[in-house]
Design a protein around this ligand. Structure first.
Ligand SMILES: *Cc1c(COP(=O)(O)O)cnc(C)c1O
Length: 480
């Protein structure tokens, strides 16, 4: 028996490389990522998937492989196809880039594998996360009795908000069919997805009319609520967006907030995209009134430029959030202040989770707030610059960007608009120098440019402009 134990130990110990082995593997990864970063400024932002690439068909086998070969093969598989989401030329969807210091924080927290779910397991880590949450309270002007959690992203944060609202308002299954949620046509689809996951798939969705800037019209919202009240429905939740994914529109948060308050409706603000613009004075003005929300979603992997895997949910009624996710704790008093010792697992869907705080903490501490603020202000100005420039080349737009998304199209004769712009974006994507996306707004096919990667500066915007105009001119030449 002892002999087989020795043999097993010898094989099992391969999971714990020694100093030399660690250095070898680490150096390979560092060299690889350094090469990636050095080439990045001139790399394409999008590459059409190579369909012949089938190295993933290989099964895992008992024997390990030479790390340098593994790195080479893995890189071939993941580093070349599709979107280069670290690139300053990635201007599609809502990018962010992924700051370097955050990656090092992940390295640190993964090596120590410290558990940040429960206070006693690592009081320091939990306090650190709660300090971040507390900083976010000040960013959105929330009281200290609020509560929050670092999630994997905006979708889980939205789900957490909806579950909390359901529990705090004690919504009963028998009421679901009369329960009304007010939202906009451009509300992110993860909200309706979350409703289904929260067992609220039967609720009534009321899409409130938008103004010509794609913002919810408060008067229409109020009218609809009155009508629903008269019809015996339960106006239950209003979902406002602080930066829609399609156009970056910010709903009039203050006006909607007072309607929610007056009618005692849960007010949820999805600020996954726009939230961290609160670090700028432009953003502060735009998002005025956000503090009226009962729940707020932020996405540090968007407007705080962190690598993917970072979302935030903030709930104003902290005791309510604790009660929602910690059923068994009778010792929680309703008005117990939310303190630095609140265990993330007690206010979360998750129990075991990565130490998410460090990847946000380290960059904020090492760089300070100033570069984040500057980058956000820079993106706001770059967006205005792009908008003004693109119009001078004959393109049209639905208006100047509120945040950092510009939607535009090249006007053709009637009926051809959509076809032309569809082909234009296909050509731009095919080349892949820059990566833009498109969307449909009121049956109009529009091209969408979102400036949010921290590596996007004036150079990248000028190259993007040149690229778009070049493709437009080429397409015009061959257009029938
Ligand atoms: C990205 C986004 C989401 C979803 O967040 P994930 O982090 O992708 O899960 C929700 N709402 C808005 C407005 C978004 O931009």
């Amino acid at each position: 028996m002892m002999k087989s134990l020795d043999a097993l130990e010898k094989i099992a110990k391969q999971l714990d490389p020694n100093r030399e082995e660690r250095r070898y593997i680490r150096t390979l990864i560092i060299q690889h990522t350094e090469k990636f970063l050095e080439k990045l400024p001139n790399e394409k932002a999008y590459s059409n998937p190579d369909k012949s690439n089938t190295s993933w068909d290989e099964d895992f086998i008992e024997e390990g492989s030479d790390p340098s070969q593994v790195v080479r093969l893995t890189s071939r598989q993941i580093d070349h196809d599709g979107i280069n989401a670290a690139s300053g030329f990635d201007m599609a969807y809502i990018p962010g880039g992924g700051v370097y210091t955050s990656a090092l924080a992940d390295y640190w927290s993964d090596i120590t594998n410290l558990y940040s779910g429960v206070f006693f397991a690592n009081p320091g880590a939990v306090r650190l996360e709660n300090q971040i949450i507390s900083w976010l309270f000040s960013l959105v002007s929330y009281p200290k009795t609020a509560c929050g959690n670092l999630t994997s992203g905006g979708s889980i944060a939205n789900l957490t908000a909806i579950i909390t609202a359901r529990e705090v308002t004690q919504l009963k299954a028998k009421d679901h069919a009369h329960c009304v949620i007010y939202l906009g046509k451009q509300t992110h689809h993860c909200v309706t997805k979350a409703l289904k996951m929260a067992g609220l798939g039967e609720v009534i969705l009321r899409y409130i009319e938008l103004d010509n800037g794609y913002r919810m019209i408060p008067a229409q919202l109020e009218k609809q609520i009155k009508q629903d009240q008269l019809n015996g429905c339960i106006p239950w939740m209003i979902v406002a967006s602080a930066g829609t994914t399609d156009t970056g529109a910010v709903d009039p948060l203050e006006a909607i907030g007072s309607i929610a308050l007056k009618n005692k409706i849960w007010y949820h603000v999805d600020a996954a995209y726009g939230g961290f613009f609160l670090l700028t004075s432009t953003g502060k003005k735009l998002l005025k009134g956000i503090e009226a929300a009962d729940s707020i979603v932020l996405d540090p992997h968007k407007s705080l430029f962190l690598p993917y895997g970072s979302g935030v949910i903030l709930i104003k009624n902290g005791a309510g959030m604790k009660k929602t996710f910690n059923d068994t704790a009778a010792y929680f008093q309703d008005f117990e202040p939310i303190d630095m010792n609140t265990s993330p697992a007690d206010v979360s869907i998750e129990l075991t989770r990565p130490f998410r705080g460090l990847r946000m903490w380290l960059p904020l501490k090492i760089h300070g707030l100033a570069p984040f603020r500057a980058a956000l202000n820079e993106k706001l100005i770059l967006s205005k610059y792009f908008y003004k420039q693109i119009l001078t080349f004959g393109f049209q737009s639905s208006g100047p960007p509120e945040l950092t998304i510009t939607t535009f199209w090249y006007p053709m004769d009637r009926g051809e608009n959509n076809d032309f712009n569809k082909e234009l974006i296909q050509n731009i994507q095919q080349e892949g120098k820059i990566f833009l996306s498109s969307t449909m707004i009121e049956n109009r096919f529009v091209i969408r440019l979102c400036v949010l990667v921290f590596r996007t500066h004036k150079r990248e915007i000028d190259i993007a402009l040149k690229n778009i105009v070049q493709h437009k001119d080429e397409l015009l030449k061959t257009w029938p």
